[in-house]
Design a protein around this ligand. Structure first.
Ligand code: COA
Length: 373
């Protein structure tokens, strides 16, 4: 088998920030309006949201969003993202390209030397033509490209695919791009989920490892793994058959077709599964959690990550061992763990190991054991 490495990491974080206070003010303004109507109809009032709860329950303080316009307007609460003509680059491909260019620059590799692009994200803007092919065209990569998706494990699953394509010799350089515009599908009127997500885009360049010296400061991929088990606890029913389910097909209601989750069940079930995944995966490679210099876990919930690590280590571990970026960025779906890795790997010494582990809808988990060169 061919050895493989992550030779480039790129991250694009949008500049616009929304704080918990701003988000809650908008949510509560909408609730106040709704409750006037509900009272007139003799219905129970809707409860408000609270910034204190959000920070305590999730750890999230702010989130960055690609398009802020419309999100905080209580009469809209959806980003206003204009449709683009077909001959213009789509917003998702554009967001992916921004991260991809940084990954190529980090690797010192020309786009033409890349022979595959995989766009792996929790949401794809359209079924076809594949967003990955649009990214391929924009960058000028060779070979081919395709889209794939596995909830918040999408980047890790894309890395699993890329690693195996490179190590079997099928491809030489694979770019895994993860543009997450999750605010476009988030129901900002759902108290359970309105505060969770933010937007970010990431890219990883996976390539055949020729000589370690020339890739110093980059990661050899020791192994990757994925795990799935069906669950409805994080689900969206949005899809191409929504229209066909309607008698009046002139408009398709979005209510019920956006992200919904049973947060506390996800918390418990994924914490147990995530901990087991980590311990088993490391054990298979003769490692204990203590051997791993840094963990880049899925960035959904600070308490959840702390619990997974406590179960794995037998004691609490701090930010240096398992850094989080969710305080600033919220849950950026599959991009989150890659953003954490991009920001917190430069101080690692040759020979030290890192573990990337993402988890989410499906349920799904994806992991990569990495060794700093
Ligand atoms: N503001 C104020 N209170 C809220 C609230 C909000 N926005 N949302 C829920 N609450 C209240 C509930 O009404 C409940 O009140 P009660 O005890 O009086 O009934 C209480 O907070 C606890 O609700 P619960 O849903 O059990 O909260 P939680 O502690 O599980 O935290 C999440 C909610 C979503 C932060 C947490 O479950 C979570 O992060 N889960 C994992 C999500 C995840 O990883 N998703 C993956 C996506 S990839």
């Amino acid at each position: 088998m061919q050895r493989a490495c992550i030779s480039g990491i790129g991250v694009e974080v949008p500049e616009h920030v929304i704080t918990n206070d701003e988000l809650v003010a908008s949510f509560n303004a909408w609730v106040a309006k709704e409750n006037v109507k509900r009272e007139a109809d003799g219905l129970e009032p809707l409860p408000g949201s609270s910034a204190e709860f959000i920070e305590y329950a999730s750890g999230v303080k702010t989130r960055h969003v690609l398009v802020p316009d419309g999100i905080l307007d209580p009469d809209r609460m959806t980003p206003r993202i204009a449709e683009r003509p077909d001959d213009q680059i789509s917003i998702m491909a554009e967001f992916g390209v921004a991260a991809a260019r940084k990954a190529l620059k980090h690797a010192g590799v020309e786009a033409s030397e890349v022979d595959m692009v995989i766009c792996s994200a929790s949401h794809q803007q359209r079924p076809y033509p594949a967003i990955a092919i649009e990214i391929q065209k924009e960058l000028g990569t060779s070979g081919s490209a395709f889209d794939m998706s596995l909830g918040c494990s999408s980047a890790a699953a894309g890395l699993h695919m890329a690693f195996n394509l490179v190590r079997t010799g099928a491809q030489k350089r694979v770019l895994v791009v993860t543009p997450e515009i999750i605010t476009g599908h988030l129901n900002f009127r759902d108290r359970q989920t309105h505060f969770i997500f933010g937007d970010a885009s990431s890219a990883l360049l996976v390539e055949a490892l020729e000589g370690e010296e020339e890739r110093a400061g980059r990661f050899e991929i020791v192994d990757t793994r994925t795990w799935t088990q069906f669950s409805n606890n994080i689900r969206t029913n949005f899809g191409f058959l929504n229209r066909a389910a309607q008698e009046d097909t002139s408009s398709v209601p979005m209510a019920g077709n956006m992200i919904k989750q049973v947060g506390n069940r996800v918390f418990k079930e994924v914490t147990v599964a995530g901990h087991k995944f980590i311990v088993d995966f490391l054990d298979e490679h003769g490692h204990k959690p203590q051997d791993i210099r840094r963990f880049w876990l899925h960035q959904a919930n600070a308490r959840m990550n702390a619990m997974i690590l406590k179960l794995s280590f037998g004691h609490e571990v701090g930010q240096d061992r398992a850094p989080t970026v969710l305080e600033e960025l919220g849950n950026t779906a599959a991009a989150g763990a890659i953003v954490a890795m991009e920001r917190t790997h430069a101080d690692m010494k040759p020979g030290e190991h890192g573990l990337l582990c993402a988890f989410g809808a499906g349920y799904s988990i994806g992991g990569a054991l990495l060794r700093m060169m």
